[in-house]
Design a protein. Sequence first.
Length: 294
Amino acid sequence: MADSQFADPKLLNRLAWQGRWADRRRSERLARSAFRHGNRLECGLARRTLAWQAVWAGRLAEASTLIESAMKVADDLSPEAVAQIWALSAGIQCGRRDFAAAMDSIERAHEVLGSEGDVDTWCCLIGSEGIAMGLMGEFDRAAQLVDAAAPYAEEATKAYLRFVLAWAQLRGGAPDAAWGTAMHAVVLCRGWENRVVLPSALEVLGAAFARTGRPERAADVFSEAIEIARGEGDARAQCEILNQAGRLAQDTGDMRRAGMLLRQGRNLARQIGFPLWQDLFRGDLSDRRAMQEA
């Protein structure tokens, strides 16, 4: 579909949203075109897609502005679109470490969607809820929630849910289970061209390799993951990967490399304004200094 002034904004929005997992740049380009040529409703939907891409890339301030604008036309949007916007709000709030507000936003999303809403949208909400739960330390609940929802998801969304499940399993102290789930998530991402989740799924896979005594495999996976994340312009995923790669270097005794990777991640988190990762890198760098001084 050529991005031109003659294209139908409704079709552009549909293509932008449907293709959001597979091709970030095309999705954003189509959404911007829909915004330029669309009416009030189509502009709201375009902002939803652009906000979704911004949240996944870690551009929280940009996403917040887009969501605020999209919410002004919420009365004109479908329940699915409004629920998705509330879920994006939760993603921003998680990035800002306001987990209670994130859970409130997810509750609003479920209320708007209702029991008769689109199933795949519901599955996406469950993924957001699982992440918020996990960040609050409720890893077992998060794992149970997303595992139960995964069979009902479309394939690209299923890759997302499998990634969240693997992440919850890893953080919950089950690296062997996380390895198998993360491998499944990677296979789904590759098979269904989910380029957004792929670097994050690889990050969890690499971390699972590291936790199960396979540091060489972990290093190889992290190298692939960071290359993909940089190519996609995904600063959020880069922070995740740099954090895990730094921990791996620290665990294998390469303190110089660990410091370099963790500082890279800290600086990137500062650059994009991502408080969650700024705090995590600050803690990891403090731990590294304490180990060196011991």
